[in-house]
Design a binder for this molecule. Sequence first.
Ligand code: ADP
Ligand code: 5GP
Length: 258
Amino acid sequence: MAGILFIISAPSGSGKSTLVSELRKQVSGVEFAISWTTRPPRGSEENGREYNFTSREEFQRMLDTNVFLEHAEVFGNFYGTARKSLEEARSAGHDLLLDIDVQGASQVRARMPEAVSIFVMPPNPRVLRTRLRNRSRAEGVVNEEEVYRRLNEASKEIENYREYGYILVNDILDRAVAQLEAIVLAERYYRNGEVIAYRSRRVLEVAAACLQFNSQERLKPVLEAFGILGSTGQQQLDFGEDSDREDPAQDGEDPNDD
Ligand code: ADP
Ligand code: 5GP
């Protein structure tokens, strides 16, 4: 059975790594490509687990020898996916998940248009700032400059959402995990005829609701909050109160809610 290539992208701090790690606990048979990066390890990250950490010189050497399927510079560091990850998953017939930025996703889509692409959005800029800060704090230090750099980049990345087949808004974690799981199971069902073991109809409905072309109403408030739809300029994003707490009561409800 042919493996499916999944691409997942999101502005930094949206919760993509959290979602992917939850997905891997719940769905078997999805391999995760460990990227190469020139950025230093963060917090509890380990070489060979979250990333293969390397020097700029070594990364350049790998680029020159055509090691990478795709690569990009993100926040001043280089990141790349080795071709080998794809070749190994293909020969084993496994699904492969690439956690890559919007530039890398566009390179992969151009070569492999059959890839299933998923874009994860934070519900609004205030929540994104809180998540970036809380993650920094958990790693030992809050670097405000880095938090604002990533926040400013978020709107530009979100502008690319139309390039993706599925869109998740990571507001309530359990719901976003269930949606990601539904997308994987639905694609396996449609492409490989794989049986969905439980609540199959519901799973297909949840996945269909996440298709980009079914998501316009659901995305409207998110796009407006990031200044992509409507009159809010990107320079005047509403970060709300300067608080480090996510307050769901202020985030608005998702119309696709159960
Ligand atoms: P990314 O991989 O997109 O950069 P992370 O997965 O590291 O983001 O998440 C950023 C921070 O937000 C982490 O501290 C994580 O625990 C937290 N987080 C992720 N998803 C949620 C959610 N739905 N609700 C609240 N906090 C979340
Ligand atoms: P972080 O440094 O926060 O782990 O990742 C920063 C950004 O780099 C994220 O958007 C992440 O998806 C992206 N990224 C991670 N690995 C790769 C990769 O191999 N290729 C590309 N193009 N982007 C990557």
